[in-house]
Design a protein around this ligand. Sequence first.
Ligand SMILES: C[S@@+](CC[C@H](N)C(=O)[O-])C[C@H]1O[C@@H](n2cnc3c(N)ncnc32)[C@H](O)[C@@H]1O
Length: 269
Amino acid sequence: MTGSSDWVPAGIDVNRPSAARVYDYFLGGAHNFAVDRALAQQIAAMTPNIGETMRSNRVFLRRAVRYLVEHGVRQFLDIGSGIPTAGNVHEIALAAAPDAAVVYVDIDPVAVEHSRAILSGVDRAGVICADVRDVDRVLGEAGRLGLLDFSRPVAVLLAGVLHFVPDSDEPAATVAALREAMAPGSYLLVSHATADGQPSEVVEAQRLSGRTATEIVLRTREQIAVYFEGFSLVDPGLVFIPLWRPDPVDPADEHPEQVGAYAGVGRKD
Ligand SMILES: C[S@@+](CC[C@H](N)C(=O)[O-])C[C@H]1O[C@@H](n2cnc3c(N)ncnc32)[C@H](O)[C@@H]1O
């Protein structure tokens, strides 16, 4: 794909890699530029399992959405939703519960435009362009779509996004503000990159991510667990991604730490 394609919104800097488009490339998508692919290949050379990490994250997200639907959740606010790929949250949720509603939120205009395109004709899902750090705006604009009722339980999905928020922007305060707006019985989902159990090349790859609009902050399990204050973690807790309720038919993962990311789901009582 090049910068002249018709899916490229006006004003995009095609010379600066974006986190959403690098992720799209790793997932085998077509919505990325040469600059994104070059960065992705550099990161992959240092962390050969990075593509597997991202796929593992998507598979976790789908497992968790099915779990949430089974536990009665019908409303999803997916923040940092990314460029749509196969098995999006609304596809999984609506297949399991046709009365479900999904609002996607992303800071990246390419992700938002492409989401808007695939959602045309889907009346139970919508998308807004907003920054997770601006919780009032996220909740206000998401509410105005008329799809979500925050007086009823909602699942807030923060999959692979909080590691783009630096400590100086107080991600825990962002999550706490979201929690305040969530009715009892709501759920929080987080997946987050970590250096726990990782070789030093991972830290070098993290340095490369600084070339995108947002650098990745690797956090420890203890630091990530803070986001679940005010929530009760559901089994099996905050674990390396492949260990979160793996499909029984999947072979056991001998080295789950190699994905370099934790995942958890908590319920607001
Ligand atoms: C690694 S992708 C994750 C996509 C999807 N949630 C998943 O888990 O498959 C991270 C997404 O977060 C978005 N993002 C990064 N910083 C953000 C912010 N401050 N507010 C909203 N979205 C953000 C990026 O544009 C990107 O699309």
